[in-house]
Design a protein around this ligand. Structure first.
Ligand SMILES: NC(=O)c1ccc[n+]([C@@H]2O[C@H](COP(=O)([O-])OP(=O)(O)OC[C@H]3O[C@@H](n4cnc5c(N)ncnc54)[C@H](OP(=O)(O)O)[C@@H]3O)[C@@H](O)[C@H]2O)c1
Length: 333
């Protein structure tokens, strides 16, 4: 089958369109004809080699963490899906490879695609949707009336997380540049802070939750926004000891991650705030809940650009600018 192959790790390394062996589905797997695949910064970071200690994929490999497509066969133990179903997924770590014509995905990572979305829009959802769900529903357990700051509201995670937080009844602030204010208002954002001309840490206070996806300086400034007992959840690091434990990392890596997050954990403790790192995981059941929110119009995908599959490297160059407004997708059909 045709696939984009990462032959060796390297910063901004181009992917090669070539032939890969067909996936061999196991009894719990569903084989999918990929119609569209979403790009994520995680793909760029893996390509660059930044994730090698945590996700030690061996090159050559096929990247791609988001897909939508049609079921073409199911394993012997698969019960919930049948040939012809339109599905979407974020396949689990170790089983990625959406930048290919076909992929085998565990049944438990899969859900029926939102019925009202074309394949390209459906493929934009899984990774960012699950990240927002796991941060705001599972971890923060947002209650109506709580105040939530979502950094980088115009990005892939931000555009989804804002809509989910509003659905949960939160008052939502975000950081963004002036050009994106109108779009963020349309998504329901209550307060938009222009990060180029305003200091969010001086404008906002008494917040219950901050979702950080930016750098260490923003993370530290975010402590000032939170009230005592608030939660600082970061998806851009630094990873904490609980994450190292959950990933089953070796003792050396555990010590390294403990040291990397020692500063922010100490400062959070001093401020009476809980700091945690979140690394999203595949979850088909949660994707099912998300599909319902999309079908009833609560959440809509924000897709910035759609490229033909052959232009995957151009699509990567675009997300690598860090300026995407919502998601970037490639289509195979
Ligand atoms: N741990 C996890 O499970 C997990 C899951 C998903 C993502 N992540 C991480 O989260 C980060 C964000 O991911 P993403 O997919 O949302 O990224 P993205 O879509 O590439 O984000 C791009 C957006 O960020 C905005 N932005 C850039 N600098 C900003 C700043 N200083 N303040 C406010 N907005 C800013 C840009 O707006 P302008 O063009 O206006 O600047 C652009 O719209 C990445 O590091 C990614 O790896 C982690």
């Amino acid at each position: 089958m045709k696939a984009f192959i990462l032959d060796r790790y390297g910063k901004k390394q181009a992917l090669r369109l070539g032939d890969m062996l067909e996936p061999v589905p196991g009894p719990e797997d569903v084989l999918i004809e990929v119609e569209a695949a979403g790009l994520n910064i995680l793909d760029s970071k893996i390509r660059d080699g930044a994730f090698k200690p945590i996700l030690p994929y061996k090159a050559p490999l096929v990247l791609g963490h988001d897909l939508a497509g049609l079921v073409i066969s199911v394993g012997a133990n698969v019960r919930r899906f049948k040939v012809g179903d339109a599905v979407y997924a974020r396949p689990r770590d170790g089983q990625i490879g959406a930048f290919a014509e076909r992929i085998a995905v565990k049944e438990s990572d899969l859900a029926l695609k939102p019925a009202n979305l074309p394949m390209a829009e459906a493929a934009s959802i899984p990774l960012v949707g699950l990240t927002a769900w796991q941060a705001l529903v599972e971890r923060a357990q947002i209650k109506p009336g709580q105040k939530v700051l979502i950094h980088a509201g115009s990005g892939g995670v931000g555009t989804f997380a804002i809509q989910l937080a509003k659905h949960l009844g939160a008052i939502v602030a975000t950081t963004a540049s002036a050009a994106n204010v109108a779009m963020l208002r349309e998504l329901g954002t209550d307060v938009v802070i222009d990060y180029r001309s305003q200091k969010f840490e001086e404008e906002l206070s008494g917040y219950d939750v901050v979702l950080n996806s930016l750098d260490a300086t923003t993370l530290e400034k975010s402590l000032k926004v939170l009230k005592p007992g608030g939660q600082l959840i970061s998806i851009s690091g630094p990873p904490d000891p609980a994450f190292a434990h959950a990933q089953g990392l070796n003792v050396v890596l555990r010590l390294v991650l403990r040291a990397m997050s020692a500063g922010i954990r100490r400062k959070a403790k001093r401020a009476g705030v809980d700091y945690s790192f979140l690394f999203m995981r595949a979850d088909g059941e949660q994707l099912g809940h998300i599909a319902k929110l999309i079908e009833d119009g609560t959440i809509r995908p924000v897709v910035d650009r759609v490229f033909p599959f052959e232009q995957l490297n151009e699509a990567f160059a675009y997300i690598d600018t860090g300026r995407a407004k919502g998601k970037v997708v490639v289509t195979l059909k």
